[in-house]
Design a binder for this molecule. Structure first.
Ligand SMILES: Nc1nc2c(ncn2[C@@H]2O[C@H](COP(=O)(O)OP(=O)(O)OP(=O)(O)O)[C@@H](O)[C@H]2O)c(=O)[nH]1
Ligand SMILES: [Mg+2]
Length: 445
């Protein structure tokens, strides 16, 4: 995987979120700082980093998770979405008959990329062929010829002809009947100067390419932006290929700068071999960089172990006579599985009709109620969670707004808390009930 360092630090940050007991503004601020540091180290543009992290912070603090998503998952999802956004839109080269012209400065990886593209289209069931449009160095001709042999596709070149336009025209005549994707290699220069522009125009006129792919070495970092822009203005590039992402820790610079230009990144080169090539899809790229698959299972595991750890902790605290909203929150998390909820339903003052059998519809509405209560508590500050007596009129309003519920729902939660607390107090003096409670909480694991 490319950008290993960036990936590692971002993964560490997400792990922090996944393992956090509470997602509060302190954690979010810390996470935002971590992300800033990681992106700056990967050379992403400072302005972009600040804009991005401001957006992450605002969204993480203000947006509430959609139904069925926990706070942790939600914040992780926001980080993921915003990172995908800075990489620009996705574009896939169509798998169809076409002419592709490679452009770019000297030594960026154009010729190597010709071979990689040939394999890519071959795998799509098309018949690619290569034309040597770099007529200046005999070595360029040999290099492309060798690559063509290696990847087993037809090749056309003329070592003795110095007119690039003429060579590619002849190549096209020769290859177009039996091949459907014609890839034209061109020569590079040290900078985008007049003779390179003229040669690009000659080849352009001779081939009328469908795609003009700009090949850039990712190690140039921030310079990718201005360079891509200059080429874009000259030949109207249709896609960018960033090469050598394997060899640089600063690849974040090139990736984000290139994505800003308006021409999409279509492929990335991740090594010298013809196989080291990937279609670039921002969402897939970020999801792998962040190890989203791992994070997902991590979240599930964290939830599990939280339940385990907290069962004991909560039980102990309850028995000591202290019972805050934090404890109630933990308790609710533990009870959220139907199995255990049914078991303890009668113990809870949720307005069940008498003792005895609990009906399925009552269970459903209890789940809903618990879910609503959780969302309300997610909108409270740490201070309020520790001391719910602080929650009066103005705060109730704010919390209700934050959670997207009515004021009366917040009041309902507070009432539920008070009743539960009173009941918990009862527990602390009753050995038999304590034992029972311990058993029920263990069941919630
Ligand atoms: N590590 C790594 N090396 C690459 C990658 N792509 C190309 N290279 C290497 O970069 C060097 C230059 O690649 P070329 O394909 O010859 O570049 P070019 O743009 O055709 O160069 P000119 O034709 O001289 O302008 C070669 O040594 C390649 O093996 C890549 O994705 N990763
Ligand atoms: Mg070359």
């Amino acid at each position: 995987m490319v950008l290993d360092d960036l990936g590692d630090s971002l993964k560490g940050t997400l792990r922090k979120i996944a393992n956090a007991v509470y997602v509060d503004s302190k954690l979010i601020k810390e996470v935002v700082r971590d992300i800033q540091r990681a992106l700056l180290q990967a050379d992403v543009n400072v302005k972009l980093v600040l804009e991005l992290t401001k957006k992450i912070e605002k969204r993480a603090l203000e947006e509430k998770p959609p139904a069925g998503m926990s706070n942790r998952e939600h914040v992780i999802h926001i980080v993921y979405e915003e990172l995908v956004n800075i990489l620009g839109g996705a574009r896939e080269l169509p798998a169809k008959k076409q002419i592709i012209m490679m452009v770019g400065l000297y030594g960026q990886g154009k010729t190597t990329t010709c071979g990689k593209l040939a394999i890519y289209f071959k795998r799509k069931g098309l018949r690619p062929a290569l034309i040597a449009g770099d007529v200046h160095r005999p070595a360029a001709y040999e290099q492309l010829k060798q690559i063509a042999e290696q990847v087993k596709v037809p090749f056309y070149g003329d070592k003795n002809e110095k007119d690039a336009g003429k060579v590619v025209k002849e190549g096209l005549e020769k290859l177009k009947r039996a091949n459907d994707v014609i890839i034209v290699d061109t020569s590079g220069r040290h900078k985008l100067e007049n003779d390179l522009i003229k040669e690009m125009k000659d080849i352009f006129n001779a081939t009328k390419p469908d795609e003009k792919l700009l090949v850039m070495d990712a190690a140039i970092g921030q310079q990718a932006g201005p360079q891509a822009k200059a080429f874009h203005e000259t030949v109207d590039i249709t896609g960018i290929v960033l090469t050598k992402l394997d060899g640089t820790a600063k690849g974040g610079g090139a990736l984000s700068a290139a994505a800003e230009v308006g021409a999409p990144i279509v492929f990335i080169g991740t090594g010298e071999h013809s196989e080291d090539f990937e279609k670039f899809d921002p969402a897939g790229f970020i999801s792998r960089l962040l190890g989203m698959g791992d994070i997902k299972s991590l979240l599930e595991r964290a939830q599990e172990s939280l339940k385990g750890q907290d069962a004991e902790k909560t039980a102990k605290r309850i028995m000591s006579g202290k019972f805050t909203l934090h404890d109630m929150y933990d308790q609710m998390n533990m009870l959220s599985g139907m199995g255990s909820l049914k078991k303890v339903a009668e113990m809870l003052p949720l307005g069940f009709p008498g003792k005895g059998k609990v009906k399925q519809e009552d269970m459903d509405s209890t789940e809903n109620k618990l879910q609503k209560f959780r969302v309300i508590m997610d909108s409270m500050t740490d201070e309020e969670m520790n001391d719910p007596t602080l929650v009066r009129a103005a705060r109730i309003k704010r919390i209700a707004r934050g959670a997207g519920v009515e004021n009366r729902n917040v009041k309902e939660l507070l009432k539920y808390y008070n009743v539960t607390k009173r009941m918990m107090k009862g527990f602390s003096g009753n050995r038999k009930m304590q034992k029972n409670l311990m058993k029920q909480l263990q069941f919630g694991k």
